[in-house]
Design a protein around this ligand. Structure first.
Ligand code: AMP
Length: 404
């Protein structure tokens, strides 16, 4: 049973082909610079010995339609997929599902139109996601296709946590509320935690920290998201690579008056020029850690601010949950930075979170426990796999629709 997962960007298509019998990746790749002179396809195919063989092609790909055909072509030429008829389904990542989509949804023309209606809520992300869906749906309407929403996991957040304290009718009529993102990742790692702990997910209270270039924390009660740090857009919450996270909203009015920048310019400033990059000029955590170790004051400040904000969120969500069975660290920074994990968990014995420094340092890869023996709360490092989660949800959605 083969499933193709597609993450379509404005000028790129990222994809993975899974064999869902054993969850292996048969092929994966990234087609970049669509519409430009030298589009570049980096493709990897699984060999019989399990190793991935790489292939790079640079030739013009004028649009997403040609891009999709190129990807199917390379599946056929490399033997990953003899015929696209073999595909059980295609899963599409969609960033914003608004209030409409609470779960993965089988794509129809009506669903495409409803996703289009969510564009005002996610003007940067949803249009390229939608383009990928429209192209593949038009090309292969015979293959079942599923939209998997980054926001869906957070649709269980209660009103007290999702409303902003704005005039109610205004917020309601304009759909201004917390939606949350990274839902696919939070869902994947919380399921993996339950499996590892050999306890039903429905009994677990968890704090999941997805720390990548974008970053968010999610409070999970009885297996369900009950709060998360990202809001109506992915700008709120933690300090991120290039996003400010939480700031006093009045800073925006002040900046506007003082600098004369337009709203679009301020939007770009907060999303692309702020966060770690804004503080110390660099957004890659590895580089920031190296700079800080070498005595760079701004890099130190950026790290201090990043870890302090993260620690505050862990504390807030511990208070919201009352009991925390495990704190989970995932994504690029969460899986790899023992420094960030150590500083985010420092002095949290009050909340029953005590890290084992050695275990934390020694963690290399895979899933591991890094809490001290006497820590009532577990601390887990769990590699995320959003693509596999999308593939699994795609299979469940298609099978569910077949049984109806
Ligand atoms: P992601 O968005 O999940 O791919 O994560 C990207 C972030 O992970 C970047 O800021 C990287 O610098 C960071 N990252 C990756 N490897 C490491 C590492 N070994 N130590 C610290 N940060 C890392």
């Amino acid at each position: 049973m083969m499933v193709l997962v597609i993450n379509s960007g404005s000028s790129s298509i990222k994809y993975q082909l899974f064999n869902m019998k054993d969850r292996t990746v048969l092929a994966s790749g990234l087609l970049e610079q669509i519409g430009e002179k030298a589009s570049r396809l980096k493709h990897r195919t699984r060999q019989e010995n399990g190793e991935m063989e790489a292939l790079v092609q640079t030739d013009p790909v004028t649009d997403h339609i040609k891009g999709f055909d190129k990807i199917l072509g390379v599946f056929a030429s490399t033997g990953a997929l003899k015929d696209s008829d073999e595909l059980f389904g295609i899963g599409h990542r969609v960033v914003h599902g608004g209030e409409t989509f609470h779960k993965p949804t089988l794509i129809t023309s009506a669903v495409i139109e409803t996703i289009r209606e969510q564009i005002p809520l996610a003007p940067l992300h949803n249009p390229p996601n939608l383009l990928g869906i429209e192209v593949t749906f038009a090309r292969r309407p015979d293959i079942p296709q599923v939209a998997v929403f980054d926001t869906a996991f957070h649709q269980t957040i209660p009103p007290q946590a999702y409303w902003y304290a704005l005039p109610y009718e205004l917020a309601d009529s304009l759909h201004i509320r917390r939606y949350g993102f990274h839902g696919t990742s939070h869902q994947y790692v919380t399921k993996a935690a339950a499996q590892y702990l050999q306890r039903p997910l429905e009994e677990l209270n968890l704090i999941s920290c997805h720390l990548g270039n974008g970053a968010s924390v999610c409070a999970v009660r009885d297996g369900k998201s009950v709060d998360t740090s990202m809001g109506m857009t992915p700008l709120e919450g933690l300090i991120m690579g290039t996003r400010s996270g939480d700031i006093d909203p009045a800073v925006i009015f002040y900046l506007s008056r003082k600098t004369g920048k337009s709203l679009d310019e301020l939007d770009a400033l907060l999303n692309k020029e702020s966060g770690m990059k804004g503080i110390c000029g660099v957004n890659d955590m590895r580089e920031i850690e190296d700079l800080a170790a070498a005595g760079n004051e701004r890099a130190r400040l950026a790290l201090d601010m990043y870890c302090y904000r993260l620690k505050k969120y862990i504390g807030m969500y511990a208070a919201a949950l009352g009991r925390v069975d495990a704190v989970i660290f995932t994504a690029g920074v969460g899986e790899n930075s023992d420094l960030v994990r150590a500083r985010a968990c420092a002095d949290l014995s009050l909340l029953s979170i005590i890290l084992d420094e050695q275990k934390n340092k020694e963690h290399a890869s895979g899933l591991s426990e890094i809490q001290a023996k006497d820590s009532p709360t577990k601390v887990l490092v769990i590699p995320t796999n959003e693509e596999l989660e999308i593939a699994e949800q795609t299979v469940l959605c298609i099978q569910g629709s077949e049984n109806n």
